[in-house]
Design a binder for this molecule. Structure first.
Ligand SMILES: Cc1ncc(COP(=O)(O)O)c(C=O)c1O
Length: 354
């Protein structure tokens, strides 16, 4: 068999990242997007970005402006910031270029699906530490298994559980881990803390972030990361594509970052709404509902979870089927939307339980 046919056969056995199903005319609470942002805010940004871009040209020098805007937002020097076509692409480039034959990854079970699939693509052996029954993690297990691993990947908060280690525990883990640490802070604006400033002290720490969630720009594919200057220099000069982001996305990203105060206010509203969803789902007595530090809520709808999902879909509400997590057999994940969307979801839940 020719070498590439062999490789193709190997790859064809992989499942790949499972994107959510596409449904028309539904209330979309399945992808942790941010509908709480005023649509006029987003369209205004795109209009201005359009005016500022001449798409006949390569976006020379503009990515640097985006990095400056990120630097202002997170208070980290520009030399410590790299960008990518969504945080997916950044994670992918780190895995593709830094692993060797002996590299082993340690992460949680479950972890961010894309990361897991990428490890499979590059045949990286993965140690997975499962969540407990109440969707928390034990630091001790990470500390001991971490000694056998080269890359630690944690999404903090975790997708799909919403869990985030207590700050001192995550700091301890980062301090004790000897290999490369990737902390994915996609949902950090909805959480209680970030470890981004730690990257100033820890040379092995890479904090990956995105404008897809709190900034509501998932469709533009704007990701960034923070790490030591040398790593950022090599990544940006050698590993990353010359023009990873398109002109309109870059300009829109800069404009959105300048409005971060509004977006952080929206994130705060989402946090409050999350509390309401958790409480009301708990009050039904029908589910086990887990705490969350992100813009979504995970709940165990037990044996009838598929039926429940379908019944909601029939009412025009789409959430995400997660399935089994440890001993929790029927997990579903719902994104926090606008207060109106959340009320509609909660009313539909109440009606279905009657
Ligand atoms: C933990 C985590 N990281 C990264 C991403 C993807 O971010 P991006 O849109 O920047 O590729 C997601 C999206 O769902 C996510 O859940």
């Amino acid at each position: 068999m020719k070498w590439f046919q062999k490789k193709l056969k190997e790859y064809s056995k992989l499942r790949g990242y499972q994107k959510p199903e596409k449904h028309s005319n539904v209330m979309k609470l399945d992808s942790n997007e941010n509908y709480a942002i005023d649509p006029a805010f987003s369209s205004d940004i795109i209009e201005k970005a359009n005016q500022l871009s001449d798409v006949r040209e390569y976006p020379l020098g503009r990515a640097e402006k985006l990095v400056e805007a990120i630097s202002d937002y997170i208070k980290v020097p520009t030399k410590m910031i790299g960008i990518g076509n969504g945080s997916d692409q950044i994670i992918d480039l780190f895995l593709a270029n830094f692993v060797s034959d002996n590299t082993r990854v340690i992460t949680t079970d479950p972890t961010f699906g894309f990361f897991e699939e990428r490890c499979k693509l590059y045949s990286i052996p993965t140690i997975k530490i499962p969540f407990s029954k109440n969707m928390t993690l034990e630091l001790k297990k990470f500390l001991s298994k971490g000694r056998e691993s080269d890359i630690l990947y944690l999404d903090s908060p975790n997708n799909p559980t919403g869990f985030q280690f207590a700050k001192k525990d995550l700091q301890k883990l980062i301090n004790e881990f000897r290999g490369m640490v990737i902390i994915d802070e996609a949902y950090v604006e909805f959480a209680d803390y970030s470890v981004v400033q730690l990257a100033k002290k820890k040379d092995n720490l890479i904090v990956v972030r995105t404008l897809s969630k709190a900034f509501g720009l998932a469709g533009l594919r704007l990701g960034y990361f923070v790490a030591n200057k040398e790593l950022v220099d090599v990544f940006s000069r050698v590993i990353q594509y010359p023009y990873p982001l398109n002109s309109i996305a870059i300009e829109a990203g800069i404009l959105a970052l300048k409005k971060s105060k509004y977006l952080l206010d929206v994130a705060n509203t989402v946090k409050k709404e999350r509390g309401i969803i958790i409480q009301k789902l708990r009050n039904t007595g029908a589910f086990e509902v887990f705490d969350s530090n992100a813009n979504f809520v995970l709940f165990n709808a037990k044996g009838g979870y598929r039926r429940f999902y379908t019944a909601l879909l029939e009412q025009g509400i789409v959430i995400r089927i997660i399935g089994k997590i440890g001993k929790n057999a029927g997990c579903l994940r719902v994104t926090v939307g606008t207060p109106q969307m959340n009320s509609k979801f909660l009313l539909a839940v109440r009606d279905l339980l009657k």
